[in-house]
Ligand binder design. Structure first.
Ligand code: GDP
Ligand code: MG
Ligand code: ZN
Length: 393
């Protein structure tokens, strides 16, 4: 796609007239499946109808002007890079509009020199983490993603607990997790089998791939999941090989990678921002910077999905509220004793559960404070109105 500014015509013929005839295929190329293409079309029609409605030309509310459907490749504070069938543009994003890499949007061209995002379509999936730092605010890493490639360096010391943490976040997002063990070229001979078994053991329901960006081994298996109408996101620690994997999948140097500098072979991350890259053969991948303070942001079934093996065992516990501790007839501790479930895995589940509960409590407290501020503001406002009425009567 050209990166030059497209020539948008706001001439008659509606918003479609500003796009090339094969705009649907363009949207699919950007990762939209048929449902999303239809949703974008309906949203653009609705926006155009509202814009043309009598009354929209007068009054203080500015017109959106012609709209164009597109996808956010990169979102900064008040500007987003939006890929559209007519080319790439930089669009303003309102303060209250959340937009992130992967979002499907309408850009309004009332002022063709200064496009603005006028609508962010409902997300089909969103990868959210509890932001680094002390504030408990969710941070969306990627939107409308089908697969999340959870990257972790393939070696015997692979951090299973870290994989579990990532998987819980991915299950929560609505996307499908795929465990990608990277740098397989560095594995000693014969280590593949046991490692794959070990990884599969902590990732029930997820596919596990072993890949090397250097030799190209295993890349095809991931590439098969990509194509028009599909979107993947890459998450993992800094140095895990995300950007190298992205380049291998793209078949070109689209993301900056790091040279190994540290003695332990870990690269330092270069990806400073979440960015969506469109593959030549269609489909999109969102690279994320290495996640250091990856907090839990769980309020759905992410944790239970990530630990489906434990959840299933728990169904057979004698007590329905079994804590899998010292209760008689506990199927979970029974499985640990029998060696079919690792004690580490139960401990990991407990730890993430505690963490999610902690975040939920902090979030509730924050929501309660925001609520009381909103009430205070409303009360002030209605008191003002009352005084006003009293004076004018
Ligand atoms: N041997 C080997 N090194 C790799 C592979 N993939 C990435 N690396 C190296 O690991 C370091 C970090 O890679 P990068 O893609 O920047 O990781 P990111 O931080 O997750 O984006 C770089 O020095 C890469 O050259 C691989 O498949 N094999
Ligand atoms: Mg990177
Ligand atoms: Zn139990």
């Amino acid at each position: 796609m050209s990166s030059s500014s497209p020539a948008f015509s706001s001439a008659s013929g509606g918003w479609r007239a500003a796009l090339p005839p094969d705009w649907r295929a363009h949207l699919a190329h950007l990762g939209a499946d048929d449902t999303m293409v239809a949703a974008l079309e309906a949203a653009a029609d609705a926006a155009a109808a509202a814009d043309a409605a009598p009354g929209s030309r007068t009054g203080p509310v500015s017109r959106t002007g012609p709209v164009i459907p597109g996808r956010v490749a990169r979102a900064e504070h008040s500007l987003a890079t939006v890929l559209t069938p007519a080319g790439q543009l930089r669009a303003g994003v309102g303060r209250d509009d959340r937009a992130c890499a992967g979002d499907w949007v309408l850009a309004g061209l009332a002022d063709p020199a200064a496009p603005v995002v006028t609508e962010v379509l409902p997300r089909r999936s969103e990868l959210v983490r509890h932001a680094a730092g002390t504030k408990t605010l969710p941070q969306t890493l990627a939107a409308n993603v089908d697969d999340v490639f959870v990257t972790v360096v393939a070696d015997r010391g692979v951090s299973l607990t870290r994989v579990e943490r990532f998987l819980a976040l991915v299950w929560e997002s609505g996307a499908s997790p795929v465990v990608v063990l990277t740098k397989s070229d560095l594995l000693p001979p014969g280590a593949d089998g046991p490692l794959l078994t070990e990884a599969a053991g902590v990732a029930p329901g997820a596919d596990v791939h072993l890949v090397s960006a250097v030799t190209g081994d295993g890349i095809d298996g991931l590439a098969e999941r990509m194509g028009p109408g599909r979107t993947a996101a890459l998450i993992g620690s800094s140095g895990a090989g995300k950007s190298s994997l992205l380049n291998a999948l793209a078949g070109a140097e689209v993301a900056a990678t790091t040279q190994v500098r540290d003695a332990d072979g870990k690269g330092r991350h270069k990806t400073a921002w979440r960015e969506l890259v469109v593959l030549d053969r269609g489909g999109a991948i969102i690279d994320t910077p290495g996640l250091r303070g990856l907090g839990m942001w769980l309020d759905g079934g992410g944790l239970d999905a990530a630990f489906a093996d434990i959840a299933e065992l728990a169904l057979a516990c004698r007590f329905s509220d079994c804590q899998h501790d010292t209760e008689p007839g506990c199927a979970v501790t029974g499985a640990i004793e029998a060696g079919s479930l690792g004690a580490r895995r139960l401990e990991s589940y407990r730890k993430l559960e505690r963490e999610a509960a902690y975040v939920a409590r902090k979030t509730d407290a924050r929501a309660a404070r925001a609520q009381s501020r909103a009430w205070a503001a409303m009360t002030r406002q209605s008191q003002g109105q009352t005084r006003h009425r009293t004076r004018s009567s």
